[in-house]
Design a protein around this ligand. Sequence first.
Ligand SMILES: C[S@@+](CC[C@H](N)C(=O)[O-])C[C@H]1O[C@@H](n2cnc3c(N)ncnc32)[C@H](O)[C@@H]1O
Length: 326
Amino acid sequence: MLKILKNIFILILLFTIVPVKGSDYKLDERRIQRDTMRAKVECSDKFFELLAIKPEMVILDIGTGIGYHACLFAEKLKGTGKVFATETDIDCVKHVETEVYKKKLTNLYPVLVREEGLDEFYSKQKYDLITLIHVEIEDVNYFKKLKEFLKEDGRIIYVYHISMTLFNPYDFTGNFKEFIRELSMEPADSPFSKYLSEATRELIKQNSEISNNEVLLNAIINDFNMMISNKNFSNDFINGTVFKNVNFLKEEAYFAEWSMLWESKNRTNKLLIFQRFRNYFNKDKIFTYNLGLTYKKKFEEAGYKFKKEYKGDIIPFQGILIFTAK
Ligand SMILES: C[S@@+](CC[C@H](N)C(=O)[O-])C[C@H]1O[C@@H](n2cnc3c(N)ncnc32)[C@H](O)[C@@H]1O
C-alpha cells in the first residue's frame, strides 16, 4: 500500500514540477527575425530619451509581440520598478517568458490578456508609462477604461507605421522636361523602362521636348503604380538580400530590406521608384502618416490630452503620438 502511495506521489510530482519538454508554443522564426530587425531600429537613444524611463517606474507594454521593447524597458529600470508585457497571443507570451528566463529579468511580467475589451488584469496597477507599438485596437471604450489606470502624470505613447499610398500626379514637383529626359535615357533592360507600357513609351517619344503634359504625367504615374504592385519589380535590384545600383539613404535601405521580409513588396517597390526619381517627387508625400490622425482622434475622444506627434524624426518611417491622462 505504502509503495503504491509512494509511486502515486512521484507521478504527481513529475506532472507538476518537471516542465513539459518540446513546448507546443512556438513563434514563427520569420516573425522573430522581422520584428527584431524593426525593433532594433526603433530602440535608438532618441527613442529612449523620449520615453524617459526612470527607476521604479511601472510600465505597461500592450501587445508586446516578441517582447524586444519590453525587455529593454526592464533592463533600463535596472531591476527596479515593473514592466508588464501583455499579449493576446499565447505563443508570444511563452516566447517572452523564455526571454525573461534567458536574460534573468526580475522585473518583467508577460501576461496573457483577452482579445475582446479591456482585460481585468489592467486594473490591478497604476502605470507611469503605457506603450502601444504597432498595435491596432478599434474600440474607443478600451482606451477610455485604460485611462483610469494611467497615473496623473503618466504618459501613453502610440507608435505606428506610415501608410503606403500609390503615387499621385500632385506628388510630382520637379522639372517635367528633365524628368522625361531622365526617364527616356534609362537602358532598355532597366525595370523603369521595361515596365513602362507601350502607350506611355510612345507618348514619351512624341512629347520629349514639352515642358508640361498632364496626359503624359498621368500615364507615367499610372505605370509607376503598376510597378508598385508588380511582384517581380524588385528582382532586378536585389542580389540575395543586398540591393545593387540603388541610391537609398541609410534609413530607406533598412525600410526596404525590412519590407522585403514581408510577402507584400509594395513598400520596397515604391521606395525603389522614389530613390531613382527623388528629385522630382515631394519626399513628404510619398508615404503618409494617416494612422496617426486616426489614433489622435481616438485618444482625444477617449479623454486623453494630446502632447506631441513626431513624424519620422525619432524613428524613420514611423510616427509617434504622446498623450497624458489630463
Ligand atoms: C504588429 S505586433 C507588434 C508587437 C510589438 N509591439 C512590436 O512592436 O514588435 C502586434 C501585437 O499586438 C498583439 N495584440 C493585438 N491586439 C491586442 C490586444 N487587444 N491586447 C494585447 N495584445 C494585442 C498581437 O497579438 C500582436 O502580437
